[in-house]
Write a protein that binds this ligand. Structure first.
Ligand code: GDP
Length: 311
């Protein structure tokens, strides 16, 4: 059995951790958003790739949902001593990842090769693929100009009014050929619970990605990151509203309707089932809230069951 998972950061990491309990690591390929990537202090930082990498390596800080467990922040403290404003949180161990990755890229490796090296050194058997090797940056258009998504969310705490969201560089980006191959050869594609606007859409906006999802013989399933009229966490709700979208599991289904076969929504969201099925998408209900490791595994197993892929 081979499964390709589309992933962002925190919500995806929880789901994939559950999935990896039911499916051997080597049978999974995770295609990860790169729109969150940022260059700071001369370093190439890839937050979503690292969250997935650390999760598989068993070192992810489960409480924060990002970074390395029990990391220290002396680097940040020293930057502050120099009078700088280190608004983007980088732990000391985490910093080693960014330095090593940046060195690998400077030596001539592309992002896929650099990620593969990091994964191998951390003993990760799953193929973790950046959606593209090109630089694509999610930028938030505010009344005071365009800012990087991280600047909007981390530095400005998601406060500025959002006028638009753009994926800079995406038109010229090439999809990761390994991701296209994996999509074509998988038994199932799972769009994990992730921010549709800043994690999944930046992947789908890469030329040929949607086409690949439409063409594959594999069933494509998504798990809603929205319960009722709000996301489980993060800025998905605010960003969807700013684009004139209603925040609901139905909107998630609609955003993915071109290629989606199945969506899994929360047990309390029965009112959306009929409307979603009118889009030609099968809709299943269960508890999609992952509060602990048991929840993650239970949701992963439910997903495999509706895909007829139960181990
Ligand atoms: P960000 O945190 O919004 O930048 O984006 P990510 O793509 O990293 O992941 C967060 C998304 O996953 C949010 O839209 C959440 O609503 C969703 N999410 C987080 N935890 C859960 C959960 O336990 N269940 C479900 N269904 N979605 C979740």
């Amino acid at each position: 059995m081979k499964i390709t998972v589309f992933a962002g950061g925190t919500g995806s990491a929880k789901f994939v951790r559950g999935l990896a309990k039911a499916v051997p690591q080597k049978n999974l390929t995770v295609v990860v958003n790169v729109g969150d990537n940022i260059r700071l202090y001369g370093l190439t930082i890839c937050p979503d790739l690292d969250t997935i990498l650390y999760m598989f390596a068993g070192i992810l800080d489960r409480v924060k949902g990002w970074g390395i467990a029990k990391d220290t922040f002396n680097f940040q403290k020293m930057l502050k001593r120099y009078g700088l404003n280190p608004w983007f949180n980088l732990g000391d161990k985490d910093l080693a990842t960014h330095i090593y990755r940046t060195n690998l890229i400077m030596e001539g490796l592309n992002l896929t090769e650099a990620t593969k090296t990091l994964a191998k050194k951390l003993g990760v058997k799953t193929e973790i693929l950046p959606a593209t090797n090109n630089w694509v940056e999610t930028r938030i258009v505010t009344s005071k100009g365009k800012i990087h998504f991280q600047e909007f969310w981390v530095k400005k705490h998601g406060k500025p009014k959002v006028l638009n969201i753009i994926y800079e560089g995406v038109e010229k980006a090439k999809p990761n050929p390994k991701a296209l191959k994996s999509i074509a050869e998988s038994d199932a594609i799972i769009i994990s619970p992730a921010n549709p606007i800043t994690s999944i859409k930046p992947i789908l906006a890469i030329p040929r990605m949607v086409e690949a999802l439409k063409k594959t013989k594999a069933k494509v399933l998504a798990i809603s990151p929205i319960i009722g009229d709000s996301p489980v966490s993060g800025p998905a709700g605010k960003l969807m509203k700013s684009l004139g979208l209603k925040v609901s599991p139905y909107t998630v289904a609609e955003l993915y309707k071109e290629f989606l076969d199945i969506i899994v929504i929360h047990k309390t969201d029965k009112k959306y089932v009929g409307k979603i099925e009118k889009l030609g998408i099968k809709c299943f209900q269960t508890n999609i809230l992952m509060k602990n490791l048991e929840d993650e595994e239970r949701l992963a197993k439910f997903t495999l069951k509706v895909l007829n892929l139960s181990p």
